[in-house]
Write a protein that binds this ligand. Structure first.
Ligand code: ADP
Length: 387
């Protein structure tokens, strides 16, 4: 699969998808990309120096070296971190490395539009080791022989430049169409919900259960895979459990889920105590790679069974928020919910009871909407009077 070509083709298809009548009024563009998907480019030829490293690819060969230079439990100390990918490439590539530059997927796509090589944002740069609190790369990273590959880092939604002339004339975008720094996919999905107050959280109930909480305090704990992304002057603390909708799909079709859910009384607590997992192993809110799925005893009545599973997943969600609080994050006050599970009104009621908090559905959940909000931020800052 030629990923690079397919991403580029998709970007230009999207530019072409915007109705011709709207293109002249597009003020700015930002892009979100998969966190830790890494591309290394030669700045002279502007060609990739290797195939891209995908987000889920692990480079265990680089892990001992990365662990020897980074602080203990740092987010780069995972085989799939961007830094492990960079170190693995650095140690295996034997041609010229002087003019190489590292970009994340979003940086690379944006570069195609603005043409200034080597710009990133502090969300994408987190997993290469950027310190969003100090607003710089740490000295342990800058002292490495490959530090010249690291991109410069801006706040997400900062103007980088205008769209390249050949592209804007080809598609009919305006002369002053700004290209702004982006963010990662999951941060963009959080931004889409427009939650700006500490204590507000978004639970995504798709195949798995992921929670993200806006906090005034930064919280990290590698044991549970908990880490914080910076969002302006606050922190977005996140954790992801292996439970979620994929387990429901093992037992019920989506139609069955709807029909059976209608018959559940959400005000009544289910006595069934499960730990629904698709496979062995859990990371958050319990770190236990050997945890077995627990879905027994199964009652004869499927409504009761589903009620037990939904209630058990809600308990795991509640435990997740409790863990974030225990680790020092701002306590959760309100949950906004997205993903396939969020359309189940009965489940929302069960979750409100178990969490003891208001739960409401997000109006917007698409990451693209969050990226558009960043583009708007860049455009507004650009037009604000300077002092
Ligand atoms: P992802 O993008 O993570 O694959 P989605 O956000 O598309 O997942 O959500 C899909 C999940 O939603 C499925 O695993 C399915 O079990 C769950 N789902 C679909 N309909 C319902 C429903 N009515 N009640 C609860 N869960 C549902």
């Amino acid at each position: 699969m030629d990923w690079i070509q397919s991403w580029k083709d998709t970007l230009f298809l999207l530019l072409d998808d915007v109705p011709v009548s709207l293109r002249p009024v597009v003020a700015s563009i930002a892009i979100d990309g998969t966190s830790s998907t890494t591309i290394i480019i030669d700045s002279m030829s502007e060609e990739p120096l290797s195939r891209p490293f995908l987000y889920n690819e692990s480079c265990p060969d680089a892990l001992p070296l990365v662990k020897s230079i980074a602080p203990a439990k740092h987010t780069v100390c995972s085989g799939s971190s961007t830094l492990c990918k960079l170190v693995s490439w650095w140690n295996s590539y034997d041609s010229s490395k002087e003019s190489a530059v590292l970009l994340h997927q979003a940086d690379w796509l944006l570069w195609l539009l603005h043409g200034k090589l080597g710009v990133s944002d502090y969300n994408n740069a987190l997993k290469v080791g950027y310190d969003p609190e100090m607003d710089s790369y740490p000295s342990w990273l800058l002292s490495q022989p490959y530090s010249h590959l690291l991109p410069s880092v801006q706040d997400p939604g900062t103007k980088i430049g205008c769209m390249k002339e050949n592209i804007r004339t080809q598609f009919g975008y305006p002369k002053d169409c700004l290209i702004c720094t982006g963010t990662t996919d999951s941060i963009a999905a959080f931004l889409a919900a427009r939650t700006t107050q500490p204590g507000k959280a978004v639970t995504s109930l798709g195949s798995t259960l992921a929670i993200k909480l806006l906090s005034t305090r930064r919280v990290e704990d590698a044991r549970f895979g908990v880490y914080s992304h910076r969002l302006d002057d606050k922190w977005l603390v996140g954790g992801a459990s292996n439970t979620g909708g994929a387990v429901l799909r093992q037992h019920f079709t989506d139609e069955q889920l709807e029909k059976l859910s209608e018959q559940i009384n959400p005000l009544e607590a289910s006595p069934l105590d499960y730990y629904p997992l698709q496979a062995v192993g859990e990371r958050f809110p319990v770190a236990d790679p050997k945890m077995e799925p627990r879905l027994h005893p199964r009652p004869e009545n499927d409504v009761e069974y589903l009620h037990g599973i939904l209630e058990s997943i809600a308990r795991i969600e509640a435990k997740g928020y409790k863990l974030l609080k225990d680790l020092g994050a701002t306590p959760v006050e309100e949950v906004i919910t997205s993903g396939g599970g969020s359309k189940n009104e009965k489940w929302i009621k069960i979750r409100e009871r178990v969490l003891g908090l208001p739960v409401c559905k997000a109006n917007q959940t698409e990451a693209a909407y969050g990226a558009a909000l960043l583009a708007m931020k860049g455009a507004c800052e650009n037009t604000a009077p300077s002092d």
